[in-house]
Design a protein around this ligand. Structure first.
Ligand code: ZN
Length: 374
């Protein structure tokens, strides 16, 4: 089994993480005091962390999303957004993440008058500060932003325009999130068409709480390059009694086209999209060599990190370093950063990092063998 230290040191790439789902509990309390938000259920750090976790683990996407009222509640000022984005970069870097695309819906931070552009600028400024602080602490991380439009709101075109305006400053793509039921991807076609006309990137939350039609619409009508979650693609896969596997047309398309699946195992258990990590479709999908990636989704609500997700997968499926490297390279190949930047991370950081860890592991094994022989 992989040691916790090895997992933490291993270079990791993250494609699906929400800024408003990853605040430090103590920061939520600080910001509530500083900016006069009085809606928190408690001002005790441990109680608040536990409250978020309880609120998330209710087997329903709609209930899971309710907990965000408080994180969004404290993200209404420029300085608050900068602080949270900077800490996000620092926390990910300290966990061994070397490349991250973190998403946020700027429309959520406009309650006190900030504009979509001001929110996006603050988010990017926070990432810049966080990257600098991480580098000073000895951790290199590349932070990119995905701009999200919320399904319930009717601002997707405005948000898409905002994403495109900031493409040269660190925004790498556009996403649609929120409850899936009743909000199919085809409702936002204007926004997706705008993004495609601009030769920009699209990922869509699809196939999380809702089935194959949302995945089909995301890919074939909206032009999604990646699927946020996409777990329900297993509904189009049949495993026969003799162990042979048959893919339906949609599942075959997803695998043949190497459509990246931004899988978030623990979050899926919390929202009820999967019964447990051990029974999570990620195992079948990785064995069938779909383009699987591992992600955190909401580190605060689900109480996870990239390292804890990999540890959980290793415990359930014994993935080992080899598979961890494969999952990480899958993520880098699927990232929205420019090709040369992705290659640099793969060749200069990811591959050498895993080679070093494998060498260290074999030294440990050789040492144990020598010890046993004495
Ligand atoms: Zn998500």
């Amino acid at each position: 089994m992989l040691r916790p230290d090895t997992i933490r040191q291993a270079p990791k790439a993250l494609l699906h993480d929400h800024l408003d789902g990853g605040l430090r509990p103590a920061t939520v309390i600080d910001l509530a005091t500083e900016f006069g938000y009085d809606g928190l259920p408690t001002t005790d750090v441990d109680d608040l962390a536990a409250w978020f976790r309880r609120g998330a683990d209710r087997k329903s996407l709609e209930l899971y999303l309710e907990t965000f009222a408080h994180t969004v509640g404290v993200l209404q000022e420029r300085d608050a957004i900068i602080r949270v984005a900077a800490e996000c970069a620092e926390d990910l870097a300290a966990d061994g993440v070397v490349y991250a695309e973190v998403r946020y819906a700027p429309e959520l931070s406009t309650e006190r008058g900030l504009t979509l552009d001001e929110v996006t600028e603050a988010n990017l400024e926070g990432f810049r500060i966080g990257m600098e602080r991480a580098a000073a602490a000895g951790h290199q991380i590349v932070m990119k932003m995905l701009v999200t439009a919320m399904r319930q709101a009717a601002r997707s075109v405005e948000v898409a325009e905002c994403a495109v305006r900031w493409r040269d400053s660190g925004v790498v793509g556009f996403d649609v999130a929120g409850p899936e039921k009743g909000y199919p991807p085809t409702r936002y076609l204007d926004a997706f068409e705008l993004i495609r006309r601009e030769n920009f990137h699209i990922t869509i939350h699809a196939g999380e709480s809702f089935g194959l039609p949302s995945i089909w619409e995301a890919l074939q009508f909206a032009g999604a390059e990646r699927l946020g979650h996409g777990v329900r693609i297993v509904d189009d896969i049949t495993v026969q009694d003799d162990g042979s596997v048959r893919l339906g047309r949609l599942a075959a398309f997803v695998r043949d086209r190497r459509v990246p699946l931004e899988m978030c195992p623990t979050s899926n258990v919390h929202t009820g999209a999967a019964p447990s990590i051990a029974e999570h479709p990620i195992d079948l999908l990785r064995r069938l060599r779909f383009r699987v990636t591992v992600n955190t989704d909401n580190r605060l609500m689900s109480g996870v990190s990239m390292s804890s997700e990999f540890a959980a997968l290793d415990e359930a499926f014994r993935i080992g370093l080899g598979e961890m490297e494969w999952l990480t390279i899958n993520a880098m190949k699927s990232a929205f950063a420019p090709f040369d930047e992705r290659l640099r991370v793969i060749n200069e950081i990811v591959k050498p990092g895993y080679a070093r860890l494998r060498a260290a592991e074999s030294r440990v094994v050789a040492g144990l063998v020598a010890e046993a022989g004495r």
